[in-house]
Design a protein around this ligand. Structure first.
Ligand SMILES: [Zn+2]
Length: 286
């Protein structure tokens, strides 16, 4: 793979990153269910002649490890919050019944044309804290261990799922105050100094590295909230020593060679597009 010089490439080919939520299901239709949406979106991607490449490829391009031209006609897929609905097929989602899982949908799409789709993967951003996951499972899901970690290793072993860091506990509103920190809950903008950043990001990196056998390279901001302290100070300074190479928002747009790697855009299903036609418009617009 040719390395870029220090100059920005003259003709850059920017890339879209799409985000899904497997654990937020309101019904059986595209506009209510990201499992259904991903299945149809992959047909849009194939129809447009696009490829699905690992999220790391765009990070590598930003860091000069691969040429931007290798991302020509590619998109990357991500999902947030790390529920078992990301990867375990047939899992019951309350009254909405069994779901195929995002990884199951992707795997079926790969199996239709493995010769051209075998590189496809989905990056799942995990919440690290076991106690926070257990509390969210009780309060936000069905108290049926949908936020356990027991599926992580098998999903990683498929070669089509990669894990990222989605913070220690999402600073989720259902969690009790953290006694050691003056951290108000329910808002990731509250993570605005070194101690809070170490609690939410460094602590999660250490836990996930141990659990996964490798350090995640990507971080996704909970709620899409991007605290200025994290983007401009903490992640540029501490990120590399923690093993982090990029951070992702929920602002729509294409990643470009001059994008800030600590605030990269991602378009969110059911927010930035709500139908296959809207996704096609998003992916073909400049
Ligand atoms: Zn989240």
């Amino acid at each position: 793979m040719p390395l870029q010089s220090g100059l920005k490439p003259f003709c850059a080919l920017p890339m879209h990153i799409l985000a899904y939520h497997a654990g937020l299901i309101d019904g059986p239709d595209y506009a209510q269910n990201d499992h259904v949406a991903l299945r149809e979106d992959l047909e849009v991607i194939a129809h447009l002649g696009l490829r699905v490449l690992p999220l790391q490829t765009v990070v590598d391009a930003l860091l000069g490890r691969r040429d931007w031209s290798t991302l020509d006609g590619a998109v990357a897929l991500t999902c947030d919050d790390g529920t078992a609905f990301d990867a375990l097929p047939g899992r019951e989602y309350g009254a909405h019944g069994p779901q195929p899982s995002l990884l199951g949908v992707l795997q079926a799409w790969i199996d239709e044309d493995p010769a051209s789709r075998s590189q496809a993967s989905l990056t799942s951003f995990l919440i690290a804290s076991p106690e926070a996951r257990a509390a969210m499972d009780r309060h936000c899901l069905f108290d049926r261990n949908d936020l356990d970690s027991d599926w992580w290793a098998a999903a990683q072993g498929t070669g089509h799922m990669v894990f990222g860091n989605h913070s220690w506990d999402h600073n989720h509103p259902i969690l009790p105050p953290e006694e050691a920190l003056p951290l108000s809950r329910g808002d990731f903008f509250a993570v605005d100094d070194e101690a809070k950043a170490d609690y939410e990001i460094a602590q999660a990196q250490a836990f996930l590295a141990e659990a996964l056998g490798q350090r995640p390279t990507c971080f996704a901001y909970p709620f899409g909230h991007v605290p200025e302290f994290l983007r401009s100070t903490y992640l540029p300074r501490r990120g590399p020593e923690l093993g982090l190479e990029a951070a992702f928002t929920t602002e729509t747009g294409r990643v470009r060679p001059d994008s800030d790697r600590w605030a990269l855009p991602r378009s969110v299903c059911r927010w930035h597009w709500k139908s296959p036609a809207e996704l096609e418009a998003l992916l073909t617009a400049d």
